[in-house]
Unconditional design. Sequence first.
Length: 216
Amino acid sequence: MSLEGIIVGLLAIVIGAAWATYGLKAFVILLPIWAFFAGLLGGAHWAMTFLGEGFLGTTTSWAIGLVVGVVLALLSYFWYYAAITLVGGIAGYALGAGIMEALGFEGFLQVLVGLLAGAGLAVLVFVAAVPIFLVILLTAMSGAAAVVNGVLLFLGRIQLDDLQAGIGQGLMTDGLIGIAAWIVLAVLAFLYQVRNVGGSLINMERAEIDRSSYRM
């Protein structure tokens, strides 16, 4: 395994595990970290698509990925509305771009569909006023996907290039084993977060993320 693969695999497991299990409880702290990781992969993918750079295989690819990651992290840390929008947007982009990759569509069309899916889910989260129930669901699902991708990388079942379109692509590349592991882990993470939060699902559907932690 390459050094890049080891770094991305470790980031996916560590950040994904924290996001899946404490995504709501430590939302203000973990969302910028998660946004940075997603931005790193997304920026590197855009560099590959539009500039012909190797996916996290060149200095330019890493530089663009790091810049995008830092921008998303800062937005999600300081601005409440950016934070709640990114929760759905990141998940939607990973899902949309990953499905397009699995269907054999790459390049501009793949990025476009990913952005549209991300925008759609971001709007849904925003309009729904960020119910805690939805936050727990999205963090459990996306965090679990990252963990499974990291493990699959270390086991050699997928390669770093299989994450070009995000963590959704890695799951679909591995097939049934990866998807089954993701579902099981996501369910466990969801139940763990619900148990930690306490209260009924009805109360969680009405509650929102606290805005007082954000400067804007």
